[in-house]
Design a protein around this ligand. Structure first.
Ligand SMILES: [Zn+2]
Length: 274
C-alpha cells in the first residue's frame, strides 16, 4: 500500500492531499481518492494509469478528488484501452453522486472539460471509457467490485452531511482498509476493518477537538478504539493537517491507551508492505 498523499486540504502541510495506491507484483491495481498533488505523486511512484483495475472515491471533497481530471487527461496520452470502473458514493444536495461528478467533468453538453467527452462514451476511436457507479452503501459491508484476485467492499460512514464511504480491498489474501474522512460514529467502519492487515485512518483532528472539525473527523481516541475493536494489525495515520502535525507523540499516546498493534505516521510516497 503506497501513500500518494498524506496531507489534508492545506497546501502549507507540504503534502499531497488524500490518495492511496495498492500495488501487486509491480503493478498498481487500485487507487483510492485523488486529492490535490496526488497526480504528481502518482507519476513519481512509477505507476501507470493503464495498470489500474478500479478507481475508488471516499467522497468528493476537493482534497479527495481534485486531481482526478489531471490523471484522466494524463492517461489520454497513455496506452490504456480497457474501461476503468470508478466507484464512489451516491449524491445529495451538498455533493454530486459519482456518476454526477464524472459526467459533470467530462460529458457533453455542460461538462467542465467536455472536450474529453469521449472518455465517458463507449467509442471505437481507441480511448478507454470511464465507467462511474454510485454505491448504495449502508453500515454493513457490501461487495462492490470483484475480479480474479481482488474483492472490494464498502460501508457508508458519517462525515457531516456529506455522503462518504470507507473502503476495504482484499488482495493476495490480505485486507487493507481505508477509513476516508469520518467522525467515527457507528459500527460499520469497525466491521469493515475487522482483522485488517493495514488500517489507514485519517488523523485530521487532535484529541479534544470540538465543533465542526470534531463533527467531521475522528480524534485519536476514537481511531484507537476502532483499531482495537477491529483487531487491526497495522495502523497507518494519514490526512495529516496543520492541527495534528507536530502532535504525533500525544496522538500516539492516546491511541496506545486502547490499541496495542503497530502505529505508523504516513508521509507521501511511503510504502507499507502487507
Ligand atoms: Zn479530507
Amino acid at each position: 500500500m503506497q501513500v500518494l498523499g498524506s496531507g489534508g486540504p492545506e497546501v502549507e502541510d507540504k503534502r499531497a492531499s488524500s490518495s492511496y495506491l495498492i500495488w501487486e507484483d509491480g503493478r498498481a491495481r487500485v487507487i483510492i481518492d485523488a486529492g490535490g498533488g496526488s497526480a504528481l505523486r502518482f507519476g513519481e511512484s512509477g505507476a501507470k494509469l493503464s495498470q489500474l483495475d478500479v478507481f475508488l472515491f471516499s467522497h468528493f471533497h476537493v482534497d479527495h478528488s481534485s486531481d482526478f481530471p489531471a490523471l484522466v487527461f494524463s492517461s489520454w496520452f497513455g496506452d490504456r484501452t480497457r474501461p476503468l470502473p470508478v466507484f464512489g458514493p451516491s449524491g445529495n444536495k451538498f455533493m454530486p453522486s459519482t456518476t454526477g461528478f464524472v459526467h459533470g467533468l467530462f460529458s457533453e453538453p455542460h461538462g467542465v472539460w467536455r472536450y474529453l467527452s469521449e472518455m465517458v462514451e463507449a467509442n471505437p476511436k481507441g480511448t478507454y471509457e470511464l465507467q462511474p457507479h454510485n454505491v448504495a452503501a449502508s453500515s454493513t459491508p457490501i461487495l462492490v467490485f470483484r475480479d480474479a484476485d481482488i474483492a472490494v467492499y464498502a460501508v457508508s460512514v458519517v462525515h457531516g452531511a456529506f455522503p462518504a464511504l470507507a473502503w476495504r480491498v482484499d488482495i493476495g489474501g490480505k485486507r487493507i482498509v481505508f477509513s476516508g474522512d469520518t467522525d467515527g460514529q457507528g459500527q460499520g467502519l469497525t466491521q469493515l476493518a475487522s482483522n485488517s492487515d493495514i488500517f489507514v485512518a485519517h488523523n485530521a483532528v487532535s484529541e479534544g477537538a470540538s465543533g465542526l472539525e470534531r463533527r467531521l473527523h475522528m480524534p485519536p481516541s476514537v481511531i484507537g478504539a476502532i483499531a482495537a475493536n477491529a483487531h487491526v494489525k497495522q495502523l497507518v495515520l494519514s490526512h495529516r493537517m496543520l492541527r495534528t502535525l507536530g502532535k504525533e507523540d500525544e496522538t500516539r499516546t492516546e491511541i496506545e491507551r486502547r490499541f496495542s498493534g503497530a502505529i505508523r505516521f504516513a508521509n507521501d510516497l511511503d510504502c507499507f508492505p502487507f
